[in-house]
Design a protein around this ligand. Structure first.
Ligand code: NAI
Ligand SMILES: O=Cc1ccc(S(=O)(=O)O)cc1
Length: 478
């Protein structure tokens, strides 16, 4: 399948960037160069924002029903082009083709859900004396700056671009440096569906140049970022400086409580899938710190390690592959260093712990047990195929361990006890808790974190409201 020409989409026109730098895109499974792009310049950013501002005026004037119809055309094109988009996502991002396909198809469902929800952005009539009409109106916020990461570029585009458009906004999207071909192919669906020119722009280039200019642009009203907590803090500061509303979907280091009464077989199947088979652990909600009730510890460790040893690692297009490579050499070195550090502090290696092959950024699915609290991996988000296991004596202690980090994105619990489940639900410090499963949040659920994992929500009615502003209108009629 042909790799696309990597062009910017600026004010309705696909064209080359006008920045100085040219960068390459690499297949992480083969290290082969897939393509090159010239970065966006400051002027490109300004033109994209100006185009979005003009298109916003057209789009907000359309009825919510018409916007839903328009977005359904986009979703239909995404489904039609699933093979092409998934192929690009797998080549650039390294995930197995079947996972890439699932992400693309799910993204169409997200857009459809948001498109329908866009018709329900109700305001409120406030009771008042006769002759006075008091109303809280919800309006589209304006131009949205969407900054995404490489691990689920399609899912992120659906949530940010789909959500913003469904709420009546226009979007300037900053592509990921690693997966620009996927972003181009995906946004072609929006253009080819006949949306107003300029409604969605795509900028590819140096994020440290694009992001500050985009956030500072007066027409930009909401900034939606997905990435690390470190970069999220920098974006948050920029937003504060320019008084921009922000949605920050940042890192996580999800704890898992495996209670004494858990079904260990079911827990292991769910956790191995969510940890390793979901983008090789490069997921913000990946279950990573597994705290197991002492009486079930050995049983859990053995079952978990055995399941992990049987996983098939390989390139996206290989038959039956379950886990792909890491996105780049930096991530592999980071995982390696976390594993070495934990082992030097007494952690026991139960599976993996090594590179695989001579080409591509492969690292074996790795399990460490008896991981001490001071190991770096217990504190820094690994963002890779590394699971950590430790035991707890009481549920109180388990909850304390689960809550001890600054992160607060996803958390998981496995228990057959309604009482334990309730206690965990009440006391866990996380934006999302899954009990007895690890399946992904559906489009209608509010996705997001607390503490250092960010603020604001994507998905559900809550996600759409982030792209709206309130206007209070009081009308004295006589
Ligand atoms: N919440 C999530 O889903 C993600 C979390 N991460 C975390 O970040 C760590 C590092 O991965 P990276 O790819 O290096 O993530 P990162 O946070 O550095 O980059 C994420 C996105 O932010 C943009 N970015 C980077 N530096 C920027 C800056 N100074 N100003 C504005 N935008 C900037 C990049 O274009 C990138 O696509 C991972 O190990 C993981 O812990 C990374 C990607 C996604
Ligand atoms: O890594 C975090 C992450 C991954 C996927 C999604 S989505 O549901 O596909 O949007 C959200 C966050």
């Amino acid at each position: 399948m042909l790799y696309p020409q990597l062009r910017q989409l600026i004010a309705g026109e696909w064209r080359e960037g006008r920045g100085d730098d040219v960068r390459v895109v690499v297949n992480p499974a083969t290290e082969e160069v897939l393509g090159r792009y010239r970065c966006a310049s400051d002027d490109d950013v300004d033109q994209a924002v100006a185009g979005a501002e003009q298109a916003f005026a057209v789009w907000r004037a359309r009825s919510p029903e018409q916007r839903q119809i328009d977005l359904h055309r986009v979703a239909a094109l995404i489904r039609e082009r699933v093979d092409r988009i998934a192929h690009l996502l797998a080549s650039e991002g390294g995930k197995p083709l079947h996972d890439a396909r699932r992400e693309v198809l799910r993204s169409a469902t997200i857009i459809e859900w948001d498109a329908a929800e866009g018709r329900r952005l109700y305001g409120r009539v406030i009771p008042a004396e006769p002759g006075m009409h008091l109303e809280a109106m919800r309006e589209p916020a304006g131009v949205v700056a969407a900054l995404i990461a490489w691990n689920f570029p399609v899912g992120f585009m659906a949530r940010k671009v789909g959500g913003a458009l469904a709420a009546g906004c226009a979007v300037v999207l900053k592509s990921t440096e690693e997966t620009p071909g996927t972003c181009v192919a995906y946004l072609e669906c929006f253009v080819d569906a006949g949306l107003p020119p300029g409604l969605v722009s795509l900028l590819i280039g140096d994020p440290t140049r694009i992001a500050p200019r985009l956030v500072a642009a007066p027409a930009v009203r909401v900034v939606s970022f997905t990435g690390s907590t470190a970069v999220g803090k920098a974006i948050g500061k920029l937003c504060a400086e320019h008084i921009k509303r922000s949605v920050l979907e940042l890192g996580g280091h999800a704890p898992v409580l495996v209670c004494e009464d858990a079904d260990i077989e079911k827990a292991v199947t769910a956790l191995v899938g969510a940890k390793f088979l979901n983008n090789a652990g490069q997921v913000c909600v990946a279950p990573t710190r597994m705290f197991v009730a002492r009486p079930r510890y050995t049983e859990f460790c053995e079952a978990f390690a055995q399941a992990v040893r049987g996983l098939r690692v390989g390139a996206a297009n290989e038959d039956d592959v379950q886990m792909g490579p890491l996105i780049h050499e930096r991530r592999r070195t980071a995982i390696e260093s976390l594993v070495q550090d934990a082992q030097s502090r007494g952690a026991k290696l139960l599976a993996g712990g090594r590179r695989i092959g001579t080409r591509g950024f492969f690292y074996a699915p790795t399990v460490l047990a008896d991981v001490p609290v001071e190991a770096r991996a217990m504190n820094e988000e690994p963002f890779g195929p590394l699971a950590l296991i430790a035991s707890y004596e009481t549920l109180d202690e388990g909850l304390r361990r689960a809550n001890e980090l600054g992160y607060g994105l996803a958390a998981y619990a496995f228990t057959e006890s309604a009482r334990s489940a309730r206690l965990i639900a009440e006391r866990i410090e996380a934006g999302m808790l899954s009990i007895n499963h690890c399946t992904a949040a559906p489009p209608g659920a509010p996705f997001g974190g607390v503490k250092d994992s960010g603020h604001g929500r994507e998905g559900g009615p809550e996600g759409l409201l982030e792209f709206t502003s309130m206007k209070f209108v009081s009308h004295k009629m006589y």
